[in-house]
Design a protein. Structure first.
Ligand code: SF4
Ligand code: SF4
Length: 377
């Protein structure tokens, strides 16, 4: 790492006063104090909260750690990069500590030292071999793509291989609304999982391929059902001169959909990359409110509780990921919702897995599934 960047990070770290207010969603004396940092809440030690992680980063940068212990690696990687600490801290301190970005850089430093987790190295290997994060060897086939369409749907690995009902629903919505769409000739993983786990170099080839394919396609708008892919294209890819939209932004702009409300009482779970990272809070609620009745949960929008699966946590620490999802399901139930609805394949997968394990009957959907079901087609 260049000295200038190292000094910037150390200065940012020194601005943390270790107040730990980033770990609670409300600290007003009359309000209920609810936890906000899933990793700190699950593991309980200071090293699993943002200020502890920053102290570890300082030690790494100052060369005080020469061999990583298992505990140190766990502290670095058992963070979902949900950004809740960042949102909270910026309401408290005048200096913006961009914590998830710092934690990603910390992981990149670990990778340079050869200290990456085996499970994350295996994902990189799978991507190298198959160009998708799950190592699947078959292709998800879109039903009726039009090679000349202005709209390109970037499906993403999780909707292609783990929750295809989301990709199916989005494609059916395009068809029912008469919107011509195309998909990429060869869609490669966007690189998010590699970038989030510090494997920056391995992501470059994927990004170059996707940029080339999108430019060559001539599409004017790229639609994403995955906020992780969208955030990666927004923040890590160079400007390609095309419009990048989440499915809920795309549907809000279209307006005038002939949908029938289903009378289902739902809670809306803000995906971290969509809400805190991209500031998209209103469009998902606008679309969802046309097809279901939304019940309010205690922690929403900037203060949303993370589903637990991001930042490489689902693959490395599944028990923690499922615990975090179970906490969210409890909150939805307390709000009086019969279903928990998100707008992210990664959230859906983890929340659904937790709901099935719990067996208490809370349904889990993505917004596009409910829209597709309600559309007169
Ligand atoms: S990151 Fe911010 S809120 Fe958290 S302990 Fe440091 S100064 Fe306090
Ligand atoms: S990004 Fe999320 S999990 Fe990580 S330290 Fe911050 S609040 Fe905790």
């Amino acid at each position: 790492m260049e000295q200038e960047r190292k000094d910037e990070i150390l200065s940012a770290i020194h601005h943390c006063v270790k107040c730990k207010l980033c770990s609670i969603s409300s600290f007003h004396p009359n309000a209920e104090w609810l936890p906000l940092c899933p990793s700190g809440q699950f593991y309980g030690y200071q090293a699993f909260y943002a200020p502890g992680r920053m102290e570890i980063f300082r030690e790494i940068l100052d060369g005080e750690i020469t061999e990583p212990s298992e505990g140190l690696l766990k502290s670095v990687y058992a963070c979902t990069l949900c950004g809740a600490c960042y949102e909270r801290c910026k309401q408290i301190t005048s200096v913006e500590l961009r914590l998830p970005e710092l934690f990603e850089e910390m992981r990149a430093e670990l990778v340079k030292k050869g200290w990456a987790l085996d499970v994350h190295k295996n994902i990189a290997e799978k991507i190298k071999e198959t160009r998708n994060a799950y190592g699947e060897k078959y292709e998800y086939k879109a039903k009726s793509p039009d090679g000349n369409a202005d709209v390109l749907y970037y499906i993403g690995c999780t909707a292609r291989y783990r929750v295809p009902e989301i990709a199916d629903a989005m494609l059916q919505i395009f068809d029912k609304l008469g919107i011509k769409y195309r998909v990429m000739n060869e869609e490669w993983c966007c690189g998010s999982v590699l970038l989030r786990t510090g494997q920056v170099e391995a992501a470059k080839e994927l990004m170059e391929h996707n940029i080339e394919e999108i430019k060559r396609s001539g599409a004017k708008t790229v639609v994403f059902t995955c906020p992780g892919c969208l955030m990666t294209f927004e923040k890590n890819y160079p400007d390609m001169g095309v419009e990048l939209l989440h499915s809920t932004q795309f549907l809000t702009r279209l307006g005038g959909m002939k949908v029938k409300k289903q009378g289902l009482e739902v809670a809306y779970h803000d995906p971290c990359h969509l809400g805190r990272d991209l500031g998209i809070y209103d469009e998902p609620r606008a679309v969802l409110s046309t097809v279901a009745d939304i019940k309010k949960m205690k922690r929403e929008r900037e203060e949303a509780w993370c589903c637990g699966s991001g930042g490489g946590v689902k693959s490395a620490y599944d028990e923690f990921a499922l615990w975090s999802a179970t906490e969210r399901l409890k909150e939805a139930k307390e709000a009086g919702a019969k279903a928990l609805v998100s707008a992210c394949p990664f959230c859906k997968r983890n929340l659904k897995e937790a709901a099935d394990k719990e067996g208490k009957g809370t349904e889990v959907y993505d917004i596009v599934e409910l829209v597709n079901r309600s559309l007169e087609g």
